[in-house]
Design a protein around this ligand. Sequence first.
Ligand SMILES: *Cc1c(COP(=O)(O)O)cnc(C)c1O
Length: 371
Amino acid sequence: MRIETLAVHAGIRVDPATGAVVPPLHTATTFEHEPDSTYPRGYLYSRTANPNRNALEECLAELDNGEGAAAFASASAATAAVFQALAPGDHVVAPLDAYFGTGKLLRDTFIPWGLAVDFVDMTDAAAIKAALRPRTKIVWVETPSNPLWRVTDVAAVAALAHGEGAVCVCDNTSAPIIQRPLALGADLVVYATTKYLGGHGDVLGGAVVARTRDALFDRVRAIQGSGGAVPSPFDCWLVRRGIRTLPWRMRAHSDNALKVATFLATHPRIEAVHYPGLASHPQHDVACRQMTGFGGMLSMQVRGGRSAAFAVERQVRIFTCATSFGGTESLLEHRASVEGAATRSPDNLLRLSIGLEHADDLIEDLGQALG
Ligand SMILES: *Cc1c(COP(=O)(O)O)cnc(C)c1O
C-alpha cells in the first residue's frame, strides 16, 4: 500500500464490539485477566500495553516499514530511552547541531552517567570517520537540522557507522513521510510526534521506530515499560488521528515553505535564507536525493542584527511568535534568545514554521513585517 493509504488505515480496525469506525479511547489502566493471571486478550496494565498505544505503534512501524515502534510521552523521553539502552563507557557520535534538547540531555545527563560523546559536523565524512572508536555504539543523525536546516547524507553516515559496528539513529522529526531513514540505511528512527505527526500543536509525544526487532530495540522497549515515560491513551489517539492527514499536510507544508523561501531569497532586507529546497542551499543535491519534499521549516537572517529580527517579530500579524513547529499555524522565533548562552544560532536569525495558511497570505505578512 502507498503511504497515504497506510496513514489512513495502519493499525485501525472497525471496533468488533460496537462497529465504531474510529478507534474508541480506552482509558482503563487495568484489564481483566484469567484466574491464573494469564491475559489472552493481550492487555494487563496500561503502562506495559494498551489498545490506543498499540494502534499508534503499529501505525508508526508500518509507515516507516519497520518491524516495531515504541511510543513515548515526548521525543526527549524517546531519545533518553535510546541512550539508556547503552552502557556506561559506550561512545556516541552526535551532530554539533543536534536538537538543542538532545545536546543538553547528552551533556547534562548522559556524559555524567558515563557515555563518551563526540559532537561532529555530520556533513563532514572525514570528521565522522575520525570520531569513530571501537566502543562507538551510535551515530546520531538529525536532518534537516535546526536552525540552519543543514542536510546530512543518511545513507553515507549509516554506512560509516555500520563499518565500525555501530548503529545509525536518525531523528526524523522535521521530515516525516518525505524522508525515509530506514530505507536509507538507518537502524532506528526517532520522532517528536509533538511536531508534524500530531500536527495540530495539541499533543506532546515521541517515538522510536526500529528496522529490526533486535536486542537494542528490545532494550528500548524494556526501558519504555519499566521507565514508564509512556504517552496517555488520549495522547496516542490524538497522534494517530493526526497521522491520517500527515502525507497531505507534508506536501502542503513543503509547497508553502518553498514559496515563502523563494520570496525571502530575493528580499533586500534578508541576508540569508536557509531552506533545503533552494538551489542555493549547500546540500541541495543531497536533499534532492533523499527527500521527496523539503519540509515546512526554514530560517531567515535579517539585515540589521538582533534588533532588526526582534522588529520583524513585533510586526508580523499572521505568524505567531512561539517555539515548536509542525502545526497548522505558522510560527516564528528568535532561536538565539530561546536557547540562551549555549546557542549556535546566529543573532539575526528567525526560524519559521510554515503552516497550512495560504502561501500568499504568509508572503504578504512577512513582506509588511520586513517593511
Ligand atoms: C521538538 C524536538 C524534539 C523534542 O521533542 P519533545 O516531544 O518536546 O521532547 C526532539 N528532536 C527534534 C528534532 C525536535 O524538533
